[in-house]
Design a protein around this ligand. Sequence first.
Ligand code: IPE
Ligand code: IPE
Ligand code: MG
Length: 246
Amino acid sequence: MTAPVSVPHHVAIVMDGNGRWATRRFLPRVAGHKQGVNALRRCVHACAERGIQVLTVFAFSSENWNRPADEVSGLLELLVLALSREVPQLRADGVQLHFIGERRGLSARLIAGLEQAEGATAGNSRMVLNVCFNYGGRWDIAQAAQALVARGEPVTEANLDRAMALAHVPDPDLVIRTGGEQRISNFLLWQSAYSELFFSDKLWPEFDEAALAEALTAYASRERRFGQTSAQVVREPLAPLQSQIA
Ligand code: IPE
Ligand code: IPE
Ligand code: MG
């Protein structure tokens, strides 16, 4: 499906608010994360239907290891469970899965599961789904710089861009954060340089089609200027930033 120009090519989401969703219902926080997986399934489907080509979601940050041990182990178990439950459908739906983040320190079983899921969906081309797990924007910049140094390449913007964990997709056009907080929390620090930001008060388990539509409507009304003046942008729309520095 070809999307109209006002539909973002790449949407990225900080899926926040699972814990509060559960606590408000007197449920354990992990129950909120389980509902979060259901919300993600719906969101992937809705984005694919709307012609969004790339969806990147923040599932577990470098800093989330500092949560209580039972919540961390619950989240890891949920990831393993979601891999076995969701991958066959994602594969059938034409979704190409990528796990973005530091793998060192994860169990061999989990790494094998991530690689298997990526391999099973590698041939798909309808939509790319990047799941950021054990991810931090600072980690990404540092690992990209280290890779360049190891290869003896100069640390330029274009080289860094190619060494970043999301080098296989263009920068996000729209970054959505649910849960009411208005901060980035170490998500896509490099790639969101010129992304439009949208903050939703909905907790992630409640983020539905209507909430997505609201974010996309807001996006469609924005004027992206990439440093130019409004008059320039109206006359001759600029190519996305990434292609300028490549
Ligand atoms: C986001 O929901 C999911 C993860 C960080 C794993 P939270 O668990 O942060 O939910 P709140 O912010 O405590 O409500
Ligand atoms: C960001 O949410 C990380 C994910 C959604 C995975 P957090 O809940 O960890 O962010 P802070 O701690 O409120 O900034
Ligand atoms: Mg949170």
